[in-house]
Ligand binder design. Structure first.
Ligand code: FE
Length: 264
């Protein structure tokens, strides 16, 4: 679904829209991608978060992060920012360019009730820290979080034990992907077309996978690129209000009060 967020950044909302409201433990997945500065230049000025984690993965362009816990970082192509908002953080994510392509993803990962009020944390991961593993000849996976074929990603795993992989298949290549049993999983194709069993997923399409699936992927007609995410479902009540995601309405009211009182 076409959407806009922050100060008017144009994006596609993949998870967190009427056709796929949530995919426990994933609350939201946005893809942004434009070479028109008007679609991204206003960025995401200062805003709060509480109760979950925001994950930003950049494919092109640069974004400057600053938060009220003293973290500052520059997101460059291929880098990842894994921010645990916990009990509260206020940050800004602003483009550091006024021309050219800006492209990437933001994924929201829920925190279990017991961790929602944990101390905020920020992990910044440079492209060189993200290991690559071959699934087949011509099939490469960058392991951002979790473990794939014995290769561990650099993110210190939260309770949802997420697997996050950027997968690149050369034209006509087939590869098998085994997902963690009991994890909810999605696959989002951002370049090319991928055949999964009897189905084809084109650019901009998302597939929801069954827990524990072993899926055979095949890039059709041209090379294909996709983001694969899997996580342990929390099966807890979700109460959402903008950038706050808690378990009850009462906790949401408290989040608003705490933010207004400067307690983030
Ligand atoms: Fe944010």
């Amino acid at each position: 679904m076409a959407a806009s967020d922050g100060a008017g950044v144009k994006l596609s909302r993949i998870i967190g829209q009427p056709q796929l409201p949530d995919l426990d433990p994933f609350l939201m997945l946005d893809a942004f991608g434009s070479d028109d500065p008007k679609a991204y230049i206003a960025g995401f000025p200062s805003h709060p978060h509480r109760g979950f984690e925001t994950v930003t993965y950049m494919l092109a362009g640069r974004m400057r992060h600053r938060d009220n816990k003293g973290h500052e970082g520059l997101l460059t192509p291929g880098s990842v920012q894994w921010m645990t908002a916990g009990r509260g953080i206020v940050h800004s994510e602003m483009p550091e360019q006024d021309h050219g392509l800006m492209k990437g993803f933001q994924l929201w990962v829920n925190l279990p009730a017991k961790d929602k009020m944990t101390a905020p944390r920020y992990q910044e991961i440079a492209p060189a820290q993200i290991p690559r593993v071959a699934l087949a000849d011509g099939a490469w996976a960058k392991v951002i979080a979790g473990e794939l074929l014995g290769v561990r990603g650099p993110v210190d795993p939260p309770a949802t034990e997420p697997l996050l992989v950027d997968l690149d298949l050369a034209e006509g290549i087939k590869a098998d992907l085994v997902l963690p049993a009991a994890h909810t999983a999605f696959i989002y194709v951002y370049e090319g077309t991928v055949r999964i069993g009897a189905r084809s997923l084109g650019t901009g399409m998302v597939g929801v996978l069954s827990p524990g699936d072993c899926i055979r992927l095949e890039a059709e007609a041209m090379a294909a690129k996709m983001l694969v995410g899997a996580g342990k479902p929390l099966r807890e009540p979700v109460a959402k209000y903008g950038p706050f995601v808690m378990n009850t309405e009462e906790e949401l009211r408290q989040a608003v009060l705490d933010f207004r009182a400067g307690r983030f």
